[in-house]
Design a protein around this ligand. Structure first.
Ligand SMILES: N[C@@H](CCC(=O)N[C@@H](CS)C(=O)NCC(=O)O)C(=O)O
Length: 238
């Protein structure tokens, strides 16, 4: 059986990491039996990030490589009934979510002063008192550095949220009245888009990004539809 190593569920969403959610959805789409191993310290994963999977003694780290592994080893078609152009559109949508919208989600949690205390409590609240006062600020400095390196962190708060809102608007416009991102059937694009929309709709993280996501009724309905499809057992409070 495949083992999916990921962060624990939390913050009212199936996973506070959109990449972990995406990998889990892909395992479901692939019809593969899997077990979940929870890890809170990504430094213990092969590439220092989560998720990763173990399959037949091989470790595969990174959601895109997990997708590739499922396609190659299990002949999974993540774009059923799609032509090349639709598949390419799905690819572009996924890259928009992962390369930019994700960064705005991270900013809203780790840098935005309104949410930092909530995030700090969520990730580090159970640490012993002495390190509980040290580890969070080291981790936050790491996020600041990473966002500087990415480039997003060089913009103002207003500019960053405007970028995230533009991505949310694009997702709402692409989805329109369709049930799924590319039409009537779920594809790999939904594994990514839905995971990022869920993580933009976290009530505990008030921000212009949350406001923008909530403003689009079709995205909220889409979130509910995808959650019912892939995480019907999830009650939202774990
Ligand atoms: N490209 C990776 C990205 C994974 C990723 O960024 N994971 C985040 C959680 S959402 C992580 O583990 N961050 C921990 C860190 O950077 O220290 C994928 O697709 O799996």
């Amino acid at each position: 059986m495949i083992t999916l190593v990921q962060f624990p569920r939390g913050m009212g969403v199936p996973n506070p990491s959109p990449f972990c959610m995406k990998a889990e959805i892909m395992l479901k789409m692939a019809g593969q039996q899997y077990e979940i191993e929870e890890l809170t310290d990504p430094r213990k994963s092969p590439k220092g990030k989560l998720p990763y999977i173990r399959d037949n003694g091989t470790e595969i780290a990174d959601s895109c490589l997990i997708q590739q592994h499922l396609e190659q080893s299990y002949a999974v078609d993540f774009f059923p009934d799609c032509n090349k152009a639709q598949e390419a559109t799905g690819h572009a949508i996924a890259r928009m979510c992962e390369e930019r919208l994700y960064q705005v989600i991270v900013y809203s949690r780790w840098i935005d002063e309104n949410n930092w205390s909530t995030i700090r409590q969520f990730w580090f609240g159970s640490l012993p008192p002495i390190i509980r006062n040290i580890v969070p600020s080291i981790a936050q400095k790491g996020v600041v550095k990473a966002q500087q390196g990415h480039g997003i962190g060089r913009h103002s708060d207003k500019e960053i949220y405007a970028m995230g809102c533009k991505d949310i608007q694009a997702l709402a416009d692409i989805l329109g009245e369709q049930p799924y991102i590319l039409g009537d059937n779920p594809t790999a694009a939904d594994a990514t888009a839905y995971s990022h929309i869920e993580n933009s709709l976290v009530d505990e993280m008030p921000s212009p990004l949350l406001n923008e996501a909530q403003r689009h009724e079709n995205l909220v309905t889409y979130r509910d539809r995808c959650r019912a499809l892939w995480f019907a057992d999830f009650e939202g409070d774990s």
